[in-house]
Design a protein around this ligand. Structure first.
Ligand code: 3H9
Length: 660
């Protein structure tokens, strides 16, 4: 390399000249966000390059492990400061000298938009790329909806942008989002590429014609995206913008994108989603764990290979762990293996892994007995939720595993302190409460038991995070955060039925609010028998003056356990949820037996009452110290129970007074 002359364009942006190539580095910790200072520095750098004869090309890269993490979310809600990002992006694309993006790490949102405006993109092998704006209730606002389709086509752009899905470099390369991947830091390769490009015509993304596509493929992608969006406004708006990318000029498309971005940025949904964004960052800061290092985990034992155990095993295999699955006998082991292999087959079908990836994962899997867990660094128990079964198992496990092995129970309702007490080292046990299907659901409640050591809790959190999950720490109580709130929700939903609302009205109201499924559809899907067994267990100690709804008991007595038995609150002829006169009769009889004259309950009252009980139970969990912060409760309900993220969660709704 030749001379290196450092030039500073703003606090966050500096550059050095390397053999005629201006290497611009964005250094704006923690994630190189496109703040006002960063934007003005980057624009100044591009303009400088345009006017200096000694500069033949430009490379843009990021310091640290991020390229650019997007617009500065902390600036949202404040008046825009010039230069705005679209202006910077336009200057890059229109530059007469080649600009190459050296994507050293995450290029997200406005970060990817900067890269898309460059004339060539080289990424390091650990980079991720995406336009996650819809997760913040907005659309990309600096050209993403207009430039990405020009590279990958409308159908793919719809799929990625409307879901806010990021891709790793291998996928980005095959889609044409980037031009080249290099191991490690891409800066040196980018300088070489920039020099080569200086003598060639520039490929400006915004000037490319859209790839020719089958309209049916586009329609399918749009339908899929819209059905996933539920009541969220941003995905539908993004789809509109992307679809029209081919119908008019780049300038017109950009103008409409900008107007949509500004309108959505100030919407209630965007505010709620920003709350969720910062809630996720807050959840990562666990009091008492400052400076505590998690233990190294390479091998995870999973006891039980039912629905839950196999899902956990697949998550662990996907995250690169060695996995030992424990089953009671050869037959159960074979079934467990088939279940895991089946989940991996499905991942191949949906394009998430290839055949080689499946084979490599299965090489890291072994199936054995509890005795084989002596090499495990972490053991997650996922067997039937019965205290005797679990305590006996942990007593045995305690003698087999190493003294430093972390033990975790996946119990939903049992007392993990009682399970810990069955071991000689209760401090090494925590709860890892996954949600079914565990290879899909993002939430993991990490339960801090009475004696859990900080290092053990930190290990549980670190592993959950490496599995790609969202860990939320909570204390011990029956049902932890989620199931306890869900019990209150169930109780209130049943009160509403007794008062006069029909299950289908309640479900419709909650689905209209944005829930993935209404409560009664969820009860039927999950099965009514577990809650029935709990009610029977609690019957002897229940306060007789407390309001108690018997409808679900009657349904269970009739063998109506939900979808799996073909009927519950609804009937399921051909698998389709249908109002069932038999269930209606049970409801009417129960109301009559109590002398209740049913009244019409409005959908606003339904939503209000159900949201209010969730928030009240959340308050109780906070008062008891089970939940650390209100925003943790919101995260649990959004990621484990289908609460619409764009509403911000029950605690946010209550705090902001957003009830209907
Ligand atoms: C956008 O780009 C709109 C444009 O289309 C249009 C413009 C006109 N801004 O997650 P971490 C903070 S919308 C401000 O733990 P990691 C975060 O709060 C944006 N702050 O790190 C935290 O602060 P604290 C689209 C941000 O290494 C700290 O950085 N972009 C931003 O696990 C560390 O965060 C996105 O949605 C931001 N953009 O992961 C990307 N991002 O320490 C969102 C982070 O005080 N960001 N912070 O709690 C991410 O996905 C991850 O942060 C990232 C790093 C993968 C980058």
């Amino acid at each position: 390399m030749g001379e290196v002359t450092p030039i500073r364009f703003s606090e966050a942006v500096s550059a050095s000249l390397e053999d005629g190539v201006l290497v611009v580095t964005i250094d704006n910790p923690p994630v190189n966000a496109a703040s006002a200072d960063m934007r003005s520095g980057l624009l100044a750098a591009i303009r400088h390059a345009g006017t200096e004869d000694a500069i033949s090309a430009v490379v843009i890269t990021g310091a640290g492990k991020t390229f650019v993490g997007g617009a500065d979310i902390k600036e949202f809600g404040q008046p825009a400061t010039e230069p705005i990002l679209p202006e910077v992006v336009e200057a890059i694309e229109k530059s007469s000298k080649p600009v190459v993006a050296a994507i050293n790490g995450a290029a997200l949102g406005g970060g990817l938009e900067i890269a898309l405006a460059c004339h060539h993109r080289i990424a390091g092998d650990r980079a991720i790329l995406g336009l996650p704006e819809v997760k913040l209730g907005i659309v990309p606002g600096a050209g993403g909806t207009q430039r990405l389709p020009r590279l990958v086509g409308i159908a793919k752009a719809v799929e990625l942008i409307a879901a806010g899905r990021s891709v790793a470099v291998s996928e980005a390369l095959s889609l044409g989002i980037i031009d080249q991947v290099v191991a490690g830091n891409p800066a040196a390769g980018a300088v070489a590429a920039a020099r080569d490009l200086a003598s060639q015509p520039l490929r400006r993304t915004g000037e490319l014609a859209l790839p020719v596509e089958d309209p049916q493929v586009i329609d399918e992608a749009v339908d899929k995206a819209l059905s996933r969006a539920r009541r969220g406004a941003a995905p539908a708006e993004a789809v509109q913008l992307i679809r029209r990318a081919g119908e008019r000029s780049l300038a017109e498309g950009l103008a409409e994108e900008r107007a949509t971005f500004l309108r959505l940025r100030d919407s209630d949904q965007a505010k709620a989603l920003r709350h969720v964004f910062f809630a996720e960052r807050a959840a990562a800061k666990v009091p008492g764990l400052e400076g505590v290092e998690p233990r190294t985990v390479r091998t995870i034992g999973v006891i039980g290979s039912g629905l839950m155990g196999s899902g956990i095993a697949v998550s662990a295999l996907n995250a690169g762990y060695r996995v030992i699955v424990v089953e009671q006998d050869a037959e159960a082991a074979e079934k467990g293996f088939d279940r895991i292999a089946g989940l991996l087959d499905r991942a191949i079908k949906s394009g998430r892994i290839d055949a080689a990836g499946r084979a490599e994962r299965l090489l890291r899997l072994s199936i054995g007995s509890v005795q084989d867990l002596s090499t495990a660094d972490l053991v997650i128990e996922a067997v039937f939720d019965d205290l005797d079964v679990k305590t006996e198992l942990f007593e045995k496990l305690d003698k087999i595993v190493r003294p430093d092995t972390v033990l975790a129970t996946n119990t939903s309702y049992l007392d993990p302190d009682a399970i810990a007490a069955a071991t000689s080292r209760p401090e090494r046990l925590c709860g890892l409460h996954f949600f079914s299907p565990a290879h899909v659901m993002r939430l993991v409640e990490v339960v801090r038991c009475g004696k859990t050591a900080p290092e053990v809790l930190a290990t549980g959190i670190a592993v959950a995070r490496r599995l790609g999950k969202l860990p939320v720490v909570c204390g011990v109580c029956e049902g932890f955060i989620g199931n306890r709130i869900f019990s209150a929700y169930r109780r209130e939903a049943e009160f509403l039925v007794e008062d006069g609302a029909w299950p289908q009205e309640i479900d419709a109201a909650m689905e209209d609010y944005g829930f993935a499924m209404g409560p009664f559809a969820v009860f039927d899907l999950a099965g009514l028998e577990i809650a029935w067994a709990r009610r029977k267990r609690q019957a002897a100690t229940r306060n007789p003056s407390e309001r108690y709804i018997e409808i679900a008991d009657r349904l269970c007595e009739m063998g109506r356990f939900g979808q799996k038995t073909g009927s519950g609150w609804y009937a399921y002829p051909d698998g389709k949820r249908t109002v069932d006169p038999e269930a209606t009769a049970v409801i009417e009889a129960c109301r009559k037996a109590k002398g209740i004259a049913p009244r019409r309950v409005s959908s606003d009252e339904i939503v209000s009452r159900l949201l209010a009980v969730m928030a009240a139970e959340g308050d109780a969990l906070l008062a008891e110290g089970i939940a650390e912060r209100a925003s943790d409760v919101d995260l649990v309900m959004i990621n484990g129970y289908g609460f619409p993220a764009h509403k911000g969660g029950p605690m946010y709704v209550a705090k902001e007074g957003l009830h209907p």
